[in-house]
Design a binder for this molecule. Structure first.
Ligand code: DQA
Length: 151
């Protein structure tokens, strides 16, 4: 059965201490742990990675199909608004993906309203904080055929 890849973009390693009024108090380790236990509870494997480097994220996406990944959940963070390279990598591998944001970028500065990913994404979840990852992973598990505990 295919694995789920959870990708986190730049500065998300600072979650918990980074602008808590916007991003909350949960750390990236907390988020990965919740995602991992959701996957394990359904018999699936989660692979998670955070990088501040665009090239590392591009390379991880490129490796995904050969590495047993069937679905990507990604918070591209600031690369959302800048990275044609990461967009092209996702288009190249043509794996389904869901774009997640902790905050609602549409309610913030104007430059955050543009995403290089949303038109390719199967879905975009924003503004729900860490809960957004759970919703995205639940949807990915359902689509990959891992039996659900809820509807
Ligand atoms: C973010 C929103 C982006 O605009 C910002 O650059 C981030 C985090 C979010 O999760 O709300 O780093 O992707």
């Amino acid at each position: 059965m295919p694995d789920i890849l959870l990708l986190h973009g730049p500065n998300l390693n600072l979650l918990g201490e980074r602008e808590p009024g916007i991003y909350g108090r949960q750390t990236l380790a907390d988020i990965n742990e919740q995602a991992d236990s959701l996957c394990s509870s359904r018999g699936a494997t989660l692979k998670a990675m955070q990088s501040n480097a665009e090239s590392e994220l591009v390379e991880r996406v490129q490796r995904a199909p050969g590495d047993g990944v069937g679905f990507i959940v990604i918070n591209p963070a600031a690369f959302t608004h800048t990275s044609v390279a990461l967009r092209d990598a996702l288009a190249a591998v043509s794996l389904p993906f869901i774009e997640v944001h902790l905050s609602n970028p549409h309610a913030r500065e104007a430059f955050r309203r543009q995403s290089f990913f949303s038109d390719l994404a199967q879905a975009v979840i924003c503004g729900f904080g860490p809960r957004g990852y759970e919703v995205a992973i639940d949807a990915a598990l359902n689509q990959l055929g891992f039996a659900g505990t809820t509807a």
